[in-house]
Design a protein. Sequence first.
Length: 513
Amino acid sequence: MRVRFAPSPTGALHIGGVRTALYNYLLAKKHGGTFILRIEDTDQKRYVPGAEDYIKSALAWCGISPDEGPDQGGDFGPYRQSERKDMYAQYAFQLVESGNAYYAFDSPDEIEAMRQAQQAAGNQGARYGVDTRMGMKNSLTFSAEETKAWLDEGKPYTIRLRIPEDETITVNDVIRNTVSFESKELDDKVIFKSDGMPTYHLANVVDDHFMQISHVIRGEEWLSSTGHHVYLYRFLGWEDTMPQFAHLPLILAPEGKGKLSKRHGKKFGFPVFPLSWEAEKEEDSFTGFKDAGYLPEALVNFLAFLGWNPGTEQEIFSLVELVEAFSLDRINKGGARFDIVKAKWYNQQYILQMTDEELAEAYLSMAKNAGKELNADFALKYVRMFKERIEFLPDLLTAGSFLADDEVSEYDKKSVRKKWKGDAEAVLNGYLDVLAQEDNFEPVHLESFTKEYIEQNGLSFGALFPGLRLGLSGSLKGPSIFDMMEILGKEKSIARLKNAPSKFDAIKEEANG
């Protein structure tokens, strides 16, 4: 089994492309086959510098490693179409000589005029093909002498595939079963452009043949062109070795209508590309899943389920487990709605699977990059405290930033005004007097100690706890009071609580004007 992922370097790799690469990779690895990366860069007008490197980096981040490709090499290279262009011309001219293709000399304006005339006559599906080609400027309507003169003068031309009249062509798609095309509904696709480069249609067929591709797994948008590709295999005499086709369902927008696009990411505020991309124009730049805080393992797991399911209740799969479980017959025919909430859930599940030590190491690294040096003991206690409260690793920097800082920088003013009243200050100060004599700051001991203090002094939990929580963290929400006291330590905890009353009073005075 030999499969390929063949993106065009015309910009950043969309998340749908990553899924296509993933399914190809999983199928190849499941059957001990070969996964190939081929760069289809024949459209030089749309070529974007840096796009090829982006594609490679995105696949590497996701753990989707090619066995053959531009960097890996292999026995079937080159793996960039621009480096294979001499061979495409050979087969384009071969098709002309066999009568299965022809030279076309029409200008873009002449083609547009034909389409407008067809539409005016009620033919809304106007195309350059069976119904119109004999009224156009091409080697079918020119004499042999006229055609030769045109070519000898070096005038521009394209080569178009000559689609037979009134045939039904059938394709056995692995996912969609039998798919039929009526030749009269197919246009005479350009297969060789005036710049001397092939179009996708010719190049991918030639490359798939000579790279001995066994399965072509690609997006649903290419299904409509498959009839043309089958004709190319037939006309070139390669039909017996034609690969099996499998056309993947679309990844749909969150509302379930239309293909997921960059526009939806902008609208709903989530990434639709694996890595961030910086373009010349700010509106063309975006943040990718990596910089948004997603783990690659979580993204891969999420993407695998966008159009495929294992037929079991299991949802969490490592890449190795996905290889073992994957099969084309479990891919859905219908589109898969992109659910960013589910993507976040996957990310959270993978964070929960990380060891405390792994999380602490990641946290220390992020904190250092943010200019904050923390010790390993603090980091380990910190991540244990917030592990179940975060969806993304960068959330660790903000989830409990009040604990990593020297002082509380922000207080919930509404809660302060509501809770800091009556004898709250006297209650807090009384507790601090006995807390100062206590050296054991383990959470279980502190909780027992504090409850005993409350009971002995005839207090209620509501009389002391709000002041403690606000003084330690600035909020009534968050981790356990006693966990916070342990991680802060005795000195810092008491210092915060002693400084809190003056800050609370200032907040109340500000409110009173």
